[in-house]
Design a binder for this molecule. Structure first.
Ligand SMILES: Nc1ncnc2c1ncn2[C@@H]1O[C@H](COP(=O)(O)OP(=O)(O)OP(=O)(O)O)[C@@H](O)[C@H]1O
Ligand SMILES: [Mg+2]
Length: 609
């Protein structure tokens, strides 16, 4: 039996360690905090040095305003900040930081050295927690924060860290997210003294393609809408460039990367009519809103915000993105995302010119909050580029030679076919067919996906999944994280018919794939499978996890919307569906076809009434 212990005030270090639990989860979280501080300090170039995935060392070197020697120890103290001083300022905060906790938290779970030199100082000063006074040091104008041995003193946390390569991947994700929002700042990233990323100061659009690749150039539609107190700027991609995963969705509210259901749903709703339900759009969107209309202080790591009028935000975003996708809107120049403003600066909703010179004059409609004024919609051609697109607008080929072709000769009596005889393809999405009793409409992709899924599952269970060695192996660029995943899950991948190996620090060779998928977009397929493995994260695949992977594979192997099918191919698909178990539901439980009897049709036309 435990005896009651007296209530006692916790020691400062422990308070900080507990607070660190909320914000510092892994090296990438440290990196995010340090880089945000560097951005807040008005830096033009930010250098990041990582060692061992950031576990051994994370150093962020900036050329910003610096910290006075007399304030260095204060910077490491909890609840000490230069960014706000009152609740009113919190409600209109423009800086990334405001809690005054990040450095103290980091210092409580790692060894942190702060070296800084302001414009007025003749040399830099350096400070570590525990020191009585800062000591004179060498250093240029700006600040260097050097963090070593993360979680060495906190074994409970340390053991949650993953392989160095994986942690490094998270660090890259974190720096990319910030770099997208601050295109005017240059970034250099080194890992184990090797330069791994470099982004020069650029326009917002250029930064997006520098960071995320050409996908956004080739398939991007510019979004640029101004409302009275709100604006939405950025790029959404055409439905043809959709993905299996929601991994290229970057949403920023007042320059801060956040996850937000309201805005996500609004974007989703705009794509609803043009995108198959389980495909994910890619986008980079910057929502600017009067800071008084949004609460940024709802999540310790600031990953979430709360809108005062989320209904209005929803309508504005949904309408804007719908307009952009429909191509009916007027034209306008691209407006860069918010350039960073200093703490306390007044937000001027009317001045889109804050963002770039070619903004529409919007002073006239400041009285109409949440109304929209212009939506730009134009293809993006930022750079000359003839490289083939791996996300190709072109649909992947439908069926590999080794696989059952969709085309099958029509040598049976149509009356015996439950799904009838195909008549036409409708909007590149549906197959219209006449059945013995009426009309059927079939969702082509969902139905084929279902068929391929069952075929894959069956083949795997019977150990008859044919693998095809590629005559010309596919070499493609991957992130360090994807590479690490492929190595970590080598066995499971082999089991699924994939043979892939590192071709370099950031490239991978795909040598063999399941034969039935060999004609699709192999790179997208391989990435999709790696992403799934990351998410299920298992060393041995259980049936359910395996089926998740098969579903992804089937999705890549299935015929895409807008692929023109011949009548024979359509009929072939209908016959395969008839032979497939539960073919009337897609892998996500939605129907794959609907049917109307002639009597249903008659009712529509009030015949015989
Ligand atoms: N790179 C830097 N350049 C200049 N000043 C800095 C830098 N990093 C930190 N500071 C100063 O140290 C203070 C404390 O930083 P810290 O990150 O702990 O808190 P914060 O940024 O104010 O708030 P938050 O906890 O939300 O990040 C900052 O308010 C800022 O004055
Ligand atoms: Mg901070």
């Amino acid at each position: 039996m435990s005896t009651r212990r007296p209530i006692a005030q916790l020691p400062d270090l422990l308070i900080s360690q507990i607070a660190a639990g909320e914000v510092i989860e892994r090296p990438a979280s440290v990196l995010k905090e340090l880089v945000e501080n560097a951005v807040d300090a008005g830096s033009q170039i930010i250098e990041v040095r990582l060692e061992a995935g950031g576990i051994r060392r994370i150093a962020v070197i900036d050329d910003g305003g610096g910290i006075e020697a007399s304030e260095l120890s204060l910077a490491l103290t909890r609840h000490a900040t230069s960014k706000i001083s009152s609740l009113t300022e919190l409600e209109s905060v423009f800086s990334m930081g405001f809690r005054g906790e990040a450095l103290a938290s980091i210092a409580s779970v790692a060894q942190l050295t702060l070296t800084s030199r302001t414009r007025e100082a003749t040399h830099a000063w350096s400070y570590e927690s525990g020191m009585a006074e800062p000591i004179a040091a060498a250093g240029a104008l700006g600040t260097t924060v050097d963090v070593k041995y993360l979680f060495d003193q906190v074994p409970a946390r340390r053991k949650f860290l993953r392989a160095e390569a994986t942690e490094f991947g998270h660090c890259i994700d974190a720096i990319e997210r910030i770099a997208l929002a601050f295109p005017e700042v240059g970034f250099r990233v080194f890992h184990n003294d090797r330069a791994v990323r470099q982004w020069l100061p650029a326009s917002a659009l250029q930064r997006i393609s520098d960071v995320l690749g050409d996908e956004f150039n080739e398939h991007g539609i510019e979004v640029n809408a101004q409302g009275g107190l709100i604006s939405l700027l950025g790029v959404v991609t055409r439905p043809t460039a959709s993905r299996a995963r929601a991994d290229r969705q970057f949403l920023y509210v007042n320059g801060r990367h956040v996850k937000d259901r309201t805005v996500s749903h609004a974007i989703r709703s705009a794509y609803a009519d043009v995108l198959h339900g389980d495909r994910q759009p890619a986008f980079v969107l910057f929502l600017q809103i009067d800071p008084a209309a949004v609460d940024v202080n709802v999540h310790p790591a600031k990953h979430e915000v709360r809108f005062r009028d989320s209904g209005a935000v929803y309508r504005f975003v949904s309408h804007t993105v719908t307009q952009a996708l429909s191509g009916t809107a007027g034209t306008g120049g691209y407006i860069a995302p918010a350039t960073h403003q200093t703490a306390g600066a007044a937000f001027n909703p009317a001045s889109a010119a804050n963002y770039s010179g070619n903004a529409q004059p919007s002073g006239s409609n400041t009285s109409a909050p949440y109304s929209w004024q212009s939506v730009a919609q134009q293809p993006l051609h930022l750079r000359e580029n003839n490289a083939p697109s791996y996300l190709g607008a072109q649909a992947p080929a439908l069926t590999p030679a080794q696989w059952q072709p969709l085309y099958q000769p029509l040598n049976e009596e149509p009356a015996t076919w439950p799904l009838g005889r195909a008549l036409a393809q409708v909007h590149g999405i549906y197959i219209l067919s006449q059945t013995s009793k009426g009309l059927a409409l079939i969702d082509m992709h969902a139905a084929h996906e279902r068929v391929v899924y069952e075929q894959l599952k069956h083949a795997l269970e019977e150990h008859t999944l044919p693998q095809q060695t590629l005559l010309v192996p596919v070499v493609f660029r991957v992130t360090e994280k994807e590479l690490a995943l492929a190595q970590e899950h080598h066995e499971q991948l082999l089991g699924l018919g994939f043979e892939m190996a590192a071709a370099g620090p950031q490239s991978m060779t795909l040598r063999a794939v399941p034969a039935m998928l060999a004609r699709g977009d192999l790179e997208a397929l391989a990435r999709g499978v790696l992403r799934d493995l990351d998410q299920v994260g298992a060393s041995r695949l259980l049936t359910e996890q395996r089926n998740t992977l098969l579903a992804t594979m089937a999705c890549h192997g299935a015929v895409r919307a807008n692929r023109q099918l011949t009548i024979e191919e359509m009929n072939g698909l209908l016959r395969q569906m008839e032979q497939t178990e539960r073919a009337d539901q897609c892998n996500h439980g939605r129907p794959t076809w609907v049917h109307w009897n002639v009597s249903d049709l008659d009712k529509l036309f009030l015949r015989g009434q």
